[in-house]
Write a protein that binds this ligand. Structure first.
Ligand SMILES: [Zn+2]
Length: 338
Protein backbone atom coordinates (compact mmCIF):
# COMPACT_ATOMS: atom_id res chain seq x y z
CA UNK A 1 0.00 0.00 0.00
CA UNK A 2 1.22 3.44 -0.89
CA UNK A 3 2.21 5.62 2.04
CA UNK A 4 -0.04 8.60 2.31
CA UNK A 5 1.70 11.98 2.49
CA UNK A 6 0.05 15.25 3.16
CA UNK A 7 0.54 17.68 0.30
CA UNK A 8 2.70 20.65 1.35
CA UNK A 9 -0.20 23.01 1.09
CA UNK A 10 -2.01 21.07 3.78
CA UNK A 11 0.76 21.47 6.40
CA UNK A 12 -0.79 23.51 9.21
CA UNK A 13 0.21 27.18 9.04
CA UNK A 14 1.99 27.38 12.44
CA UNK A 15 4.15 24.36 11.55
CA UNK A 16 5.25 25.98 8.30
CA UNK A 17 6.23 29.10 10.23
CA UNK A 18 8.17 27.04 12.79
CA UNK A 19 10.06 25.30 9.98
CA UNK A 20 10.76 28.63 8.29
CA UNK A 21 12.16 30.09 11.55
CA UNK A 22 14.30 26.98 12.12
CA UNK A 23 15.71 27.06 8.55
CA UNK A 24 16.41 30.79 8.72
CA UNK A 25 18.14 30.44 12.11
CA UNK A 26 20.29 27.57 10.82
CA UNK A 27 21.24 29.59 7.72
CA UNK A 28 22.10 32.64 9.82
CA UNK A 29 24.25 30.56 12.19
CA UNK A 30 25.93 28.91 9.18
CA UNK A 31 26.72 32.30 7.60
CA UNK A 32 28.04 33.64 10.89
CA UNK A 33 30.37 30.63 11.30
CA UNK A 34 31.65 31.05 7.72
CA UNK A 35 32.20 34.80 8.08
CA UNK A 36 33.96 34.32 11.42
CA UNK A 37 36.20 31.62 9.91
CA UNK A 38 37.06 33.81 6.91
CA UNK A 39 37.76 36.79 9.18
CA UNK A 40 40.06 34.67 11.34
CA UNK A 41 41.77 33.29 8.24
CA UNK A 42 42.63 36.76 6.92
CA UNK A 43 43.43 38.14 10.34
CA UNK A 44 45.92 35.31 10.94
CA UNK A 45 47.26 35.52 7.39
CA UNK A 46 48.02 39.19 7.40
CA UNK A 47 48.45 40.18 11.01
CA UNK A 48 52.23 39.81 11.48
CA UNK A 49 53.20 42.36 8.83
CA UNK A 50 50.21 44.51 9.58
CA UNK A 51 50.10 45.60 5.93
CA UNK A 52 46.68 44.29 4.92
CA UNK A 53 43.49 44.88 6.83
CA UNK A 54 41.64 41.86 8.16
CA UNK A 55 39.00 40.77 5.70
CA UNK A 56 40.44 42.69 2.74
CA UNK A 57 40.56 41.01 -0.66
CA UNK A 58 43.28 38.41 -0.92
CA UNK A 59 46.37 39.69 -2.67
CA UNK A 60 49.45 38.11 -4.11
CA UNK A 61 52.50 39.00 -2.07
CA UNK A 62 55.95 38.84 -3.63
CA UNK A 63 58.67 39.98 -1.25
CA UNK A 64 62.29 40.43 -2.22
CA UNK A 65 64.24 39.81 0.95
CA UNK A 66 67.44 41.63 1.75
CA UNK A 67 69.66 38.61 2.30
CA UNK A 68 72.93 40.38 1.51
CA UNK A 69 74.80 39.00 -1.49
CA UNK A 70 72.24 36.51 -2.84
CA UNK A 71 68.59 36.01 -3.70
CA UNK A 72 65.53 35.08 -1.71
CA UNK A 73 61.95 35.76 -2.73
CA UNK A 74 58.94 35.03 -0.57
CA UNK A 75 55.61 34.49 -2.30
CA UNK A 76 52.18 34.10 -0.75
CA UNK A 77 49.43 33.45 -3.25
CA UNK A 78 45.90 34.81 -2.85
CA UNK A 79 44.71 31.41 -1.62
CA UNK A 80 47.53 31.25 0.94
CA UNK A 81 50.08 28.99 -0.71
CA UNK A 82 53.60 29.77 0.48
CA UNK A 83 56.49 29.61 -1.95
CA UNK A 84 60.11 30.49 -1.30
CA UNK A 85 62.36 31.04 -4.31
CA UNK A 86 65.95 30.70 -3.04
CA UNK A 87 67.00 31.38 0.54
CA UNK A 88 70.07 33.56 0.30
CA UNK A 89 73.62 32.55 1.22
CA UNK A 90 74.78 30.55 4.20
CA UNK A 91 77.84 31.69 6.11
CA UNK A 92 80.91 31.23 3.96
CA UNK A 93 82.11 32.11 0.50
CA UNK A 94 79.41 34.68 -0.25
CA UNK A 95 78.50 36.00 3.14
CA UNK A 96 79.83 36.68 6.62
CA UNK A 97 76.48 35.61 8.06
CA UNK A 98 73.90 32.90 7.45
CA UNK A 99 71.08 34.71 5.66
CA UNK A 100 68.76 31.77 6.27
CA UNK A 101 69.18 32.05 10.01
CA UNK A 102 69.48 35.83 10.18
CA UNK A 103 66.87 36.94 7.62
CA UNK A 104 64.68 34.24 6.09
CA UNK A 105 63.71 32.26 9.21
CA UNK A 106 62.84 35.37 11.28
CA UNK A 107 60.81 36.80 8.36
CA UNK A 108 58.83 33.58 7.90
CA UNK A 109 58.18 33.36 11.64
CA UNK A 110 56.96 36.94 11.72
CA UNK A 111 54.60 36.05 8.89
CA UNK A 112 53.24 33.17 10.97
CA UNK A 113 54.44 30.61 8.41
CA UNK A 114 54.74 27.00 9.51
CA UNK A 115 54.86 25.32 6.14
CA UNK A 116 56.66 26.25 2.93
CA UNK A 117 54.49 24.58 0.32
CA UNK A 118 57.09 24.95 -2.42
CA UNK A 119 60.79 25.60 -2.03
CA UNK A 120 62.44 26.55 -5.31
CA UNK A 121 66.19 26.48 -5.79
CA UNK A 122 66.85 28.42 -8.98
CA UNK A 123 70.33 26.96 -9.45
CA UNK A 124 73.06 25.27 -7.42
CA UNK A 125 75.09 28.31 -6.36
CA UNK A 126 75.36 28.80 -2.62
CA UNK A 127 74.23 32.46 -2.66
CA UNK A 128 70.82 31.02 -3.59
CA UNK A 129 70.57 27.87 -1.47
CA UNK A 130 73.11 28.24 1.39
CA UNK A 131 70.38 29.70 3.60
CA UNK A 132 68.10 26.71 3.03
CA UNK A 133 69.84 24.59 5.64
CA UNK A 134 68.51 26.89 8.35
CA UNK A 135 64.93 26.17 7.22
CA UNK A 136 65.19 22.41 7.59
CA UNK A 137 63.45 21.08 10.66
CA UNK A 138 61.93 24.51 11.40
CA UNK A 139 59.36 24.51 8.62
CA UNK A 140 57.55 21.69 6.90
CA UNK A 141 58.55 21.74 3.23
CA UNK A 142 55.89 20.53 0.81
CA UNK A 143 58.16 20.03 -2.20
CA UNK A 144 61.57 21.01 -3.52
CA UNK A 145 61.97 22.30 -7.08
CA UNK A 146 65.39 21.90 -8.66
CA UNK A 147 66.70 22.46 -12.18
CA UNK A 148 68.59 19.20 -11.57
CA UNK A 149 71.87 20.10 -13.17
CA UNK A 150 74.52 17.46 -12.51
CA UNK A 151 76.74 19.67 -10.38
CA UNK A 152 79.63 18.41 -8.30
CA UNK A 153 79.27 20.32 -5.06
CA UNK A 154 79.42 18.74 -1.61
CA UNK A 155 77.22 21.43 -0.13
CA UNK A 156 74.53 21.00 -2.78
CA UNK A 157 74.65 17.22 -2.40
CA UNK A 158 74.34 17.49 1.37
CA UNK A 159 71.26 19.71 0.92
CA UNK A 160 69.67 17.10 -1.35
CA UNK A 161 70.50 14.35 1.17
CA UNK A 162 68.99 16.31 4.05
CA UNK A 163 65.81 17.04 2.09
CA UNK A 164 65.59 13.38 1.16
CA UNK A 165 65.97 12.29 4.79
CA UNK A 166 63.12 14.61 5.72
CA UNK A 167 61.00 12.93 3.03
CA UNK A 168 60.62 16.15 1.01
CA UNK A 169 59.22 15.38 -2.45
CA UNK A 170 61.77 16.32 -5.12
CA UNK A 171 60.61 17.80 -8.44
CA UNK A 172 62.80 18.33 -11.44
CA UNK A 173 61.66 21.53 -13.07
CA UNK A 174 61.81 22.03 -16.80
CA UNK A 175 60.59 24.53 -19.34
CA UNK A 176 58.19 24.90 -20.94
CA UNK A 177 55.72 23.96 -18.25
CA UNK A 178 53.27 25.50 -15.81
CA UNK A 179 53.02 25.20 -12.05
CA UNK A 180 49.70 24.76 -10.35
CA UNK A 181 50.11 27.18 -7.43
CA UNK A 182 46.86 29.07 -7.31
CA UNK A 183 43.66 29.18 -9.36
CA UNK A 184 43.99 32.96 -9.70
CA UNK A 185 47.51 32.83 -11.11
CA UNK A 186 49.32 31.51 -14.12
CA UNK A 187 52.84 30.36 -13.30
CA UNK A 188 55.00 29.51 -16.27
CA UNK A 189 58.43 27.96 -16.17
CA UNK A 190 60.37 29.63 -19.01
CA UNK A 191 63.74 28.05 -18.25
CA UNK A 192 65.72 25.67 -18.12
CA UNK A 193 64.96 23.73 -21.24
CA UNK A 194 66.13 20.17 -21.72
CA UNK A 195 69.45 19.97 -23.51
CA UNK A 196 70.94 22.99 -21.72
CA UNK A 197 71.92 21.31 -18.48
CA UNK A 198 75.07 19.28 -19.07
CA UNK A 199 78.33 21.14 -18.45
CA UNK A 200 76.55 24.44 -18.46
CA UNK A 201 77.43 27.38 -16.28
CA UNK A 202 75.07 26.87 -13.28
CA UNK A 203 73.77 30.44 -13.69
CA UNK A 204 72.40 29.38 -17.03
CA UNK A 205 70.27 26.53 -15.67
CA UNK A 206 68.40 28.97 -13.41
CA UNK A 207 64.70 28.29 -13.10
CA UNK A 208 62.95 31.31 -14.66
CA UNK A 209 59.38 31.90 -13.55
CA UNK A 210 56.75 34.12 -15.09
CA UNK A 211 53.95 34.74 -12.62
CA UNK A 212 50.78 36.30 -13.97
CA UNK A 213 48.21 37.70 -11.56
CA UNK A 214 45.47 39.60 -13.34
CA UNK A 215 47.20 42.35 -15.32
CA UNK A 216 50.40 42.07 -13.32
CA UNK A 217 53.38 39.98 -14.29
CA UNK A 218 56.44 39.13 -12.21
CA UNK A 219 59.49 37.78 -14.00
CA UNK A 220 61.91 35.95 -11.71
CA UNK A 221 65.14 35.20 -13.48
CA UNK A 222 67.64 33.68 -11.03
CA UNK A 223 71.13 34.37 -12.37
CA UNK A 224 70.62 33.79 -16.10
CA UNK A 225 73.19 35.37 -18.36
CA UNK A 226 72.96 36.93 -21.77
CA UNK A 227 72.94 33.70 -23.76
CA UNK A 228 69.78 32.56 -21.95
CA UNK A 229 68.20 36.00 -22.21
CA UNK A 230 68.70 35.63 -25.96
CA UNK A 231 66.89 32.28 -25.85
CA UNK A 232 64.04 33.85 -23.89
CA UNK A 233 63.80 36.71 -26.40
CA UNK A 234 61.94 34.20 -28.55
CA UNK A 235 58.93 35.01 -26.34
CA UNK A 236 59.21 38.61 -27.57
CA UNK A 237 56.42 40.74 -26.10
CA UNK A 238 55.41 37.70 -24.03
CA UNK A 239 58.27 38.74 -21.73
CA UNK A 240 56.63 42.06 -20.90
CA UNK A 241 56.47 42.29 -17.10
CA UNK A 242 55.39 44.65 -14.37
CA UNK A 243 58.19 43.62 -12.03
CA UNK A 244 61.52 42.11 -13.09
CA UNK A 245 63.92 40.44 -10.69
CA UNK A 246 67.14 41.65 -12.29
CA UNK A 247 69.18 38.64 -13.38
CA UNK A 248 72.52 37.95 -11.69
CA UNK A 249 72.65 40.78 -9.15
CA UNK A 250 73.35 43.55 -11.68
CA UNK A 251 76.27 41.87 -13.40
CA UNK A 252 77.28 42.83 -16.94
CA UNK A 253 76.83 39.17 -17.86
CA UNK A 254 73.08 39.88 -17.90
CA UNK A 255 70.35 42.52 -18.46
CA UNK A 256 71.15 42.70 -22.15
CA UNK A 257 69.67 45.49 -24.23
CA UNK A 258 67.21 43.45 -26.31
CA UNK A 259 66.00 41.47 -23.30
CA UNK A 260 65.15 44.71 -21.46
CA UNK A 261 63.40 46.01 -24.57
CA UNK A 262 61.06 43.03 -24.37
CA UNK A 263 60.59 42.95 -20.60
CA UNK A 264 60.33 46.73 -20.05
CA UNK A 265 59.25 46.42 -16.42
CA UNK A 266 57.64 49.14 -14.33
CA UNK A 267 60.01 48.18 -11.54
CA UNK A 268 63.21 46.15 -11.46
CA UNK A 269 64.52 44.63 -8.24
CA UNK A 270 68.20 43.95 -7.73
CA UNK A 271 69.16 41.62 -4.89
CA UNK A 272 72.74 42.11 -3.76
CA UNK A 273 74.94 42.76 -0.75
CA UNK A 274 76.41 46.10 0.18
CA UNK A 275 80.10 46.40 -0.81
CA UNK A 276 80.03 42.87 -2.21
CA UNK A 277 83.29 41.41 -3.43
CA UNK A 278 81.99 41.02 -7.01
CA UNK A 279 81.60 44.75 -7.51
CA UNK A 280 77.87 44.40 -8.22
CA UNK A 281 76.06 46.26 -9.54
CA UNK A 282 78.27 47.10 -12.45
CA UNK A 283 77.99 50.67 -13.61
CA UNK A 284 77.08 49.77 -17.20
CA UNK A 285 74.05 47.93 -15.87
CA UNK A 286 72.76 50.66 -13.57
CA UNK A 287 73.20 53.03 -16.51
CA UNK A 288 71.33 50.72 -18.82
CA UNK A 289 68.32 50.62 -16.50
CA UNK A 290 68.52 54.38 -16.19
CA UNK A 291 68.55 54.80 -19.97
CA UNK A 292 65.40 52.67 -20.15
CA UNK A 293 63.90 54.82 -17.38
CA UNK A 294 63.23 51.71 -15.35
CA UNK A 295 63.23 52.41 -11.61
CA UNK A 296 65.43 49.97 -9.70
CA UNK A 297 64.97 48.84 -6.13
CA UNK A 298 68.31 47.69 -4.73
CA UNK A 299 68.16 45.57 -1.60
CA UNK A 300 71.65 46.76 -0.60
CA UNK A 301 70.39 50.35 -0.44
CA UNK A 302 66.71 50.19 0.49
CA UNK A 303 66.44 46.74 2.03
CA UNK A 304 63.65 44.24 1.65
CA UNK A 305 60.89 45.16 -0.81
CA UNK A 306 57.44 43.80 -0.09
CA UNK A 307 55.04 43.98 -3.04
CA UNK A 308 51.31 43.29 -3.06
CA UNK A 309 49.38 42.70 -6.26
CA UNK A 310 45.60 42.95 -6.42
CA UNK A 311 45.67 42.04 -10.10
CA UNK A 312 45.46 45.66 -11.26
CA UNK A 313 48.16 47.49 -9.40
CA UNK A 314 51.08 46.64 -7.19
CA UNK A 315 51.78 48.33 -3.88
CA UNK A 316 55.48 48.40 -3.12
CA UNK A 317 56.74 48.78 0.43
CA UNK A 318 60.48 49.23 0.65
CA UNK A 319 62.05 48.64 4.04
CA UNK A 320 63.72 52.04 3.82
CA UNK A 321 61.80 54.66 1.91
CA UNK A 322 58.28 55.61 1.00
CA UNK A 323 55.69 53.10 -0.23
CA UNK A 324 54.53 53.59 -3.81
CA UNK A 325 52.18 52.01 -6.33
CA UNK A 326 52.90 50.75 -9.81
CA UNK A 327 50.50 49.87 -12.57
CA UNK A 328 50.91 47.36 -15.34
CA UNK A 329 51.41 48.66 -18.85
CA UNK A 330 48.22 49.80 -20.46
CA UNK A 331 47.19 47.53 -23.27
CA UNK A 332 49.37 49.35 -25.76
CA UNK A 333 50.50 47.19 -28.65
CA UNK A 334 53.76 45.38 -28.01
CA UNK A 335 56.90 46.69 -29.62
CA UNK A 336 57.27 45.63 -33.20
CA UNK A 337 60.13 43.20 -33.46
CA UNK A 338 62.87 43.87 -35.95
ZN1 LIG B 1 73.62 34.56 -7.50
Amino acid sequence: MKEFRKPVAMVPHHRAIREWILTTTLLAVGCFVLIAAAYRHYAVKTAPGGYAKAGSAPELEVTFLDVGQGDSIFIRTPSGRVVLVDAGPGKGEYSRFDAGERVVVPFLKRMGIRKIDTLVMTHPHADHYGGMFALLGKFEIGEFLDPGQPYPSELYESLLEKLDKLGTPYRLTRAPSTLDWDPSMLVQVLWPEEGHLENANPNNVSIVLRIVHGNNVYLLTGDIEMEIEMQLNAYQSGLRSTVLKIPHHGSTTSSSQRFLEYVRPRLAVMQLGINNKFGFPERAITERYRSFEIPVHRTDLTGTARTFSDGNRIKVQPEKGTPFTIHPFPSEPPEATP
